[in-house]
Design a protein around this ligand. Structure first.
Ligand code: AMP
Ligand code: MG
Length: 485
């Protein structure tokens, strides 16, 4: 379809007006296209040719409003670094409406009622990061928001005293933009029960439609979200993804990864790695993530408990860590080419030993799994050991691993088959994004588009990008990122 043929649906105005603000975007000066995402075009049925037209840029910039669309910003609350903030909301994001189950939203489109001290903008570097990373998560099979396109501009945006940056807008799409923080906001309203019921029904319609006519549907919705979040955390941990700001306003009630900020895929393995510069106490450190997710779900239970049985919610929550661990061990077992069914007690001791060995040897985490997949025979593990800074402990682990492999009596071919499907050749790391950002700042968007392609096809060969299959150069590894975006 052509852009002017697309029709969006608006379903948010059934809520009271205090829960949103209708408003128009404030366009950026001199906008230009940086990238568009064909996969997302397919999802909403938009013709690729439309991306070449000036109208596509104007659409992302908020100058063109599609049929049926009435732009709005949502109000929400949230626990930020453990502290409750009663009034947050889309401070720089504007919702446009839904099509094919995708809710379109622009990020960086100007001030809203919820901007607080912010300027409503997003800088180019953080927009490139979100644009590519959301697609990288999708490429790995991890539930996430998607991105339709990215525009840049000559619009000056200030994030530090030293330099002026430029504003950009990412057109994001999600099956839902409702956050745990949305429930917290509704739960604090004067007529909380009525409003929460309406919100819960809305979320069920949007993300859990099969529960619509069920008895105890709000409780069941919560249980399903717990399951989805446990799986999501298992995937984050198994692939070394760090979100960086797991505040309750950045946690989706649809169980997808949202709001990409100072995230990172860890370079070398480090359990207590902190990727967010402002997270001084390490609340959102790598190893804390599953516990924080559980904590956030407990916050949701506090709000939702007003319209269903709180005790049932917390009882279910008590199974969260168990479920998370089970899912985590399963993915890790597959990443090692072992059989989930083989060991009734799980391979958790072997996996724990590996994580310790990887940390001690300063081995690049995802490169390890890729090289293990590539290894022709376990009789010669030198190609892997040569990539580690310290080798002895890793060598000891390999002795245990060999025993497990022999025990399973699985052929090398079978093992390779499984591993190839779960161990990507490419993981988008921060130093790669940084390179793409530097090129884009000079006006060259080739690498942004190349990385987008790699992100979406991480298991494939990308001949010109062999360099990105190597361990991250140590000077760029596990660096902290600033929250300013
Ligand atoms: P975040 O942790 O980035 O998801 O943002 C937390 C809150 O701050 C959200 O309500 C955002 O909308 C808001 N926010 C972040 N940056 C800006 C900005 N530059 N202008 C306005 N609001 C912002
Ligand atoms: Mg946020």
């Amino acid at each position: 379809m052509k852009l002017n043929e697309l029709e969006l649906n608006i379903d948010y105005f059934e809520f009271k007006e205090k829960f949103y603000q209708q408003l128009k975007a404030t366009p950026l000066n001199h906008p230009h296209l940086i990238s568009y995402n064909k996969q997302a075009f397919d999802l909403i049925g938009l013709d690729y040719e439309e991306a070449q037209k000036e109208e596509f840029v104007q659409f992302i910039n908020g100058e063109i409003v599609l049929k049926g669309s009435v732009p709005y910003a949502m109000a929400y609350a949230g626990h930020q670094f453990g502290y409750f903030v009663p009034q947050l909301g889309d401070g720089r994001a504007i919702n446009l409406g839904e099509i094919n189950g995708w809710h379109l939203q622009t990020k960086g489109s100007g001030l809203t009622r919820y901007s607080r001290q912010g300027d409503g903008r997003a800088v180019l570097r953080s927009s490139i990061r979100e644009y590519i990373m959301s697609e990288a998560m999708f490429g790995l099979g991890i539930a996430t928001t998607r991105a339709l396109g990215l525009i840049g501009s000559s619009h000056g945006v200030y994030r530090s005293y030293e330099e002026v940056e430029t504003g950009a807008v990412v057109m994001r799409m999600s099956p839902s933009w409702i956050r745990i923080g949305t429930f917290e906001f509704f739960a604090r309203s004067s007529d909380a029960k009525e409003n929460l019921t309406q919100l819960a029904d809305y979320v069920i319609e949007q993300s859990y439609p099969h529960l619509k006519n069920e008895k105890d549907k709000y409780e069941k919705m919560f249980f399903e979200l717990c399951d989805k979040t446990a799986l999501l955390m298992a995937q984050w941990q198994a692939y070394g993804f760090m979100h960086g700001v797991m505040n309750t306003d950045n946690m989706s009630v649809a169980g997808v990864t949202i709001d990409y900020g100072p995230f990172a895929f860890m370079d070398y393995f480090q359990a207590d790695c902190i990727c967010n510069h402002t997270d001084v106490e390490g609340r959102y450190s790598f190893s804390n993530q599953p516990y924080v997710a559980r904590w956030n779900l407990e916050v949701l239970a506090n709000s939702l408990g007003k319209i269903c049985r709180f005790g049932n919610l917390t009882d279910y929550l008590n199974t969260f860590m168990f479920q998370y661990k089970k899912a985590f061990w399963d993915i890790m077992t597959q990443r090692l080419g072992l059989q989930v069914e083989h060991s009734p007690n799980s391979y958790s001791p072997l996996i724990k030993q590996l994580l310790g060995a990887l940390e001690a040897s300063k081995m690049d985490y995802n490169v390890f799994f890729y090289e293990l997949t590539q290894l022709k025979s376990l009789d010669d593990i030198s190609p892997i050991l040569n990539l580690a800074v310290y080798r002895d402990i890793l060598q000891e682990w390999f002795e245990e691993y060999k025993k497990a492999i022999e025990d399973e009596k699985r052929s090398d071919e079978e093992r390779h088959e499984v591993m190839k499907r779960v161990n990507p050749k490419y993981i988008i790391k921060n130093y790669m994004l940084q390179e793409a950002i530097e090129h884009a700042t000079q006006g060259d968007f080739t690498l942004v588009n190349d990385l987008l392609h790699i992100a979406q096809h991480p298991f494939d060969e990308h001949k010109s990008f062999e360099k990105y299959t190597k361990p991250t150069p140590l000077q760029f590894a596990n660096l902290k990122l600033s929250c300013s975006s």
